[in-house]
Design a protein around this ligand. Structure first.
Ligand SMILES: *Cc1c(COP(=O)(O)O)cnc(C)c1O
Length: 367
């Protein structure tokens, strides 16, 4: 059930944008320099510093960044790339766009992240890369994934679209793999409207990423490969710089909100709350809960919508999309979780009243 804007009492997300971002964009416009320039460079430097990598390359969106990463790594027709299905479509579509074959691995039922054990079952002599997704801001099991990749000489590309600031054993995601990708759409913890970044410590890869995002130009009108126009604008970068300054505060506030929601929903039978292992720092781009069965989930989804509370199923499995209609892929855990899960409103500026209204509504609907 979709809600009209007027009927929404509590939205799923509320981007934290204010005068700082508005002023920054105004300054860009008045400067008359709108396409990639100094602000994009500054944004890249700040992201690289924050994540703890040598290079960050800005893109118009996260999907473009991921596409350019796969191209730069030379992933091509005949190669297989292991991906989760419990993710946004572009984790998979970018693999198809470089004419490689996405091979789906199932997830862990507690973390909703790709299962290393299932990755091992999906390996073949054609496997070239693994793309773990840090689902909703919870880091994937990087030690296990990197170990598999190391023994088989595979690339690990982190789809960290949902996880800026998330940490695995004290280290930020996006710094583990050969490359990482972040997205800044309005549902993510910080936004530039559309926007993305690729991260890496490899100078050769960084050079290729810069070529692919700018028509393969090594100098002006000097094209060394068939690239794309995936450049970020100065308006996006200006917003991104202001958002980065607020990021740590937003994440702390969001985790406070999560603690409150958790407390209010504690102890409800047959309801599982988000899982956060003690050695990880979860940034809760998504606050996803699971009900005992599909029927209860649907009851809650519709009931909450009637109360003006916006929710969403993140994600209907990619392998069940019409584009895969003739495939016989089976991923029992992904299919089961996607039938029972629901992502609730959760944002840094959520008030106590909004939290109470949300959690009381869930309790009363489950009675
Ligand atoms: C948002 C998202 C993307 C895509 O990012 P865009 O910036 O919208 O292109 C890719 N993967 C995951 C897991 C995402 O959540």
């Amino acid at each position: 059930m979709f809600l009209n804007k007027r009927e929404i009492r509590i939205p799923l997300v509320k981007p934290n944008l204010s005068y700082e971002e508005a002023d920054a964009v105004r300054d860009v416009v008045l400067s008359t320099w709108l396409n990639e320039g100094n602000l994009v460079k500054e944004f890249e430097t700040r992201v690289a510093e924050y994540i703890g990598v040598k290079y960050a390359i800005a893109f118009f969106n996260g999907t473009a960044a991921l596409h350019a990463i796969l191209l730069s790594l030379g992933i091509k027709s005949g190669d297989e790339v292991i991906v989760p299905s419990f993710t946004f479509f572009s984790t998979v579509s970018t693999v198809v766009h470089v004419r490689a074959t996405p091979v789906f691995a199932d997830i862990d039922s507690k973390t909703f992240n790709i299962s290393p054990r299932d990755i091992e079952k999906k390996l073949t002599s054609k496997t070239k890369a693994i793309i773990p997704v840090h689902y909703g801001g919870l880091p994937a099991d990087m030690d296990a994934i990197l170990a598999i990749a190391h023994t088989r000489n595979l690339f690990v590309v982190e789809d960290a679209a949902e996880a800026i600031g998330s940490q695995y054993k004290g280290k930020k995601v996006g710094s583990f793999g050969k490359a990482g990708m972040f997205s800044f759409t309005p549902t993510k913890n910080i936004t530039t409207g559309e926007g993305g970044v690729a991260t890496t410590n490899d100078s050769k890869l960084a050079r290729m990423l810069r070529l692919y995002k700018d028509h393969g130009q090594e100098g002006i009108y000097y094209h060394v490969l068939f690239g794309y126009n995936y450049r970020m604008t100065e308006m996006q970068a200006a917003i991104g710089i202001e958002q980065l300054k607020k990021l740590e505060r937003l994440l702390t506030q969001k985790r406070e909100v999560v603690r409150e929601i958790n407390t209010n929903l504690q102890g409800i039978k047959n309801l599982s709350l988000p899982y956060e292992p003690s050695d990880m720092y979860h940034t809760y781009m998504l606050y996803t809960i699971c009900f005992k069965d599909h029927k209860t989930r649907e009851l809650l989804r519709i009931g909450l919508a009637e109360k003006g509370i916006q929710t969403r199923v993140y994600f209907p499995p990619v392998h069940k999309q019409p584009v895969f209609k003739n495939s016989k892929i089976s991923l029992p855990i992904t299919e089961d979780i996607s039938q029972r899960c629901l992502s609730l409103p959760c944002y840094a500026s959520m008030t106590d009243e909004e939290i109470t209204y949300l959690t009381d509504s869930i309790r009363s609907l489950l009675k």
